[in-house]
Ligand binder design. Structure first.
Ligand code: NAP
Length: 251
């Protein structure tokens, strides 16, 4: 029986969940692709490759060379370059593409959100009064907060961020999510967090920090998402599996 050659663009919990789900499906030969952003990625249950493809042309050439039948873009909602590249490469090679995304978080009545468009705007939104600020927006763009040295920063990241030394007053917490609501409540109380900075990553896995901030009355500076990728988007693993099955090669 011909197997469906599936490329999963990953780097997220959704991609890992999909990889686990297809690992035992004999009809699917899956390959998980990572950017190489994390030094020690979690072990994958399917073969994986690491590193960029070389833009949309490089990805298109890869899809041809590896005879990929379908692509699932399960990258992070803020990873806009790879999603645009995937859309262009799949269009150019006529390869079916679906985005396995996360619905954005929606502000609830008790949330104290300040929504901004960029990390630079997030820095400005912190204001002049010194505060303890919890940074969870990822290892990139930390240096932007050097512009607001009046604050104490609690930074959570998977690996030591290259830009961390740009901050004059910080505490680094190295940890890999997901984090539970009790963990987030305990951390925010222990560290005396007054403001949380986060991207609107969406989905359940990292939502407990939003719930903890709501429960504690903490202000949250939320960076809005970049424009959505130009492809059909599904939010549910079962729906993604049905989409994959619908692209199975004819026996
Ligand atoms: P990005 O700006 O969209 O991508 C930058 C470049 O990295 C892409 O042009 C591509 O290089 C390469 N790349 C990205 N994802 C790749 C993948 N899955 N496989 C192979 N190459 C990939 O992305 P980013 O924001 O730097 O994020 C990098 C990775 O971290 C993504 O895979 C994303 O899922 C994950 N991640 C990102 C965030 C975030 O907040 N941005 C959060 C959690 C996880 P070429 O052009 O050379 O192909």
């Amino acid at each position: 029986m011909a197997r469906l050659r599936l490329l999963i663009l990953g780097g997220t919990l959704e991609a890992s969940a999909l990889a686990r789900r297809v690992a035992d499906e004999h009809a699917i030969a899956a390959l998980l692709s990572l950017a190489g952003a994390t030094a020690d990625p979690a072990p994958a249950p399917v073969p994986q490759r690491v590193g960029g493809f070389g833009g949309p042309e490089g990805l298109a050439a890869y899809l041809d060379a590896e005879r990929i039948d379908a692509v699932v873009d399960a990258t992070h909602p803020f990873a806009a370059h790879i999603s645009a590249n995937a859309a262009a490469a799949c269009r150019a090679t006529d390869t079916p593409l679906v985005v396995f995304g996360r619905p954005p978080w929606i502000r609830e009545p008790d949330d104290r959100w300040v929504e901004v468009a960029t990390i630079d705007e997030a820095v400005s939104a912190l204001g002049a009064t010194p505060e303890t600020v919890f940074l969870t927006q990822g290892r990139l763009q930390l240096a932007a907060f050097a512009r607001a040295p009046q604050h104490r920063y609690v930074v959570r990241a998977i690996d030591q961020p290259a830009e961390i030394d740009a901050l004059s007053d910080f505490k680094l917490i190295l940890a890999r999510g997901p984090f539970s609501l009790p963990d987030e409540l305990a951390l925010m109380q222990r560290e005396g967090i007054e403001t949380l900075v986060t991207k609107n990553s969406g989905g359940r896995a990292t939502y407990p920090k939003i719930e903890a901030a709501r429960a504690l009355g903490i202000e949250v500076v939320v960076v809005r998402r970049p424009p959505a990728p130009e492809a059909e988007t599904l939010y549910d693993l079962d729906a993604v599996m049905a989409w994959i099955d619908s692209h199975a090669p004819a026996p």
